[in-house]
Ligand binder design. Sequence first.
Ligand code: PHE
Length: 343
Amino acid sequence: MLDKVHKLISEVKDFKTTSKDEIEAFRIKYLGSKGLLKGLFAEFKNVDAELRKDFGQALNKLKNSAEDKVSELSKLISNSAETKSNYGDLTRPAEPIELGARHPISIVKNQIIDVFSRIGFNISEGPEIEDDWHNFTALNLPEYHPARDMQDTFFVEKSSQVEKDMLLRTHTSSVQIRYMENNKPPIRTISPGRVFRNEDISARSHCIFHQVEGLYIDTDVSFADLKQTLIYFTKEMFGKSKIRLRPSYFPFTEPSAEVDIYWGLKTETDYKITKGTGWLEIMGCGMVDPNVLKNTNIDSEKYSGFAFGMGIERIAMLLYQIPDIRMLFENDIRFLEQFKSVI
Ligand code: PHE
């Protein structure tokens, strides 16, 4: 009898399978309600008294090893099932990580910053919600100045209850004022930022767009310095330096000019963007009006300077042949994905 139990113990030890059904059959055979152990325990009373102790111990050993075997084998197959279903083939190369792309506005903005930082300009920023003083009055546009109508303004608060009119800045020239209020000449700064105008949206213009403002204040700054800076910029930025300066008017600069770059008419987009002329206006500029210097407590007898402001969208449209400005604001992934290769 004892031999039989010992034989069963070694059988249990040697049992191996990876099949769920076979494990279950094994369990029923040994541990089931009509299983071998049940029968052996029932025979306990027939065993001679002096053998009972050994028999009992052997039976317990058999029971424990059968139980251990079942749990050990079940664990093994559940592990391998998990490996298959959850992790697949662990040696397979990983899925490539999807890379994002910079927005064309950011790409062009960074390029402009790069070009100017090479000649000593730093970067300054100001708030998008601005007060009347910084956006208009300090820029030589007092109340009721007709040139205020040049830029249709979104007012945030326009009432007698608030001390100052608050508005969405219509240009980055407001940052010039903030910078001059807080810094002494020599000043060389560029201010990129988002601006807002209450204009109809079309393929060529939008009510939200981006500008980069430039400001240079020092002793003996002349219009020639401005022109040379513009030529340097267009050469670095576009690889071409054919520009023309058209006399213009801005209340904060005197004299003032608009800068056109000759782009050419190679593609249909060139025609669209330049209205068929090959020339594209890229910025406004001029010598800082002495009144503006006075408004910011800079000695206008001692210092002079120039300023310019350009639209980033136009330049991006030209460089990347984007026929409609609205594409820059729609966040269509099919459009944005195309800029992956540009840093
Ligand atoms: N602020 C002007 C605009 O938005 C551009 C400009 C900036 C012109 C600086 C002259 C000097 O149109």
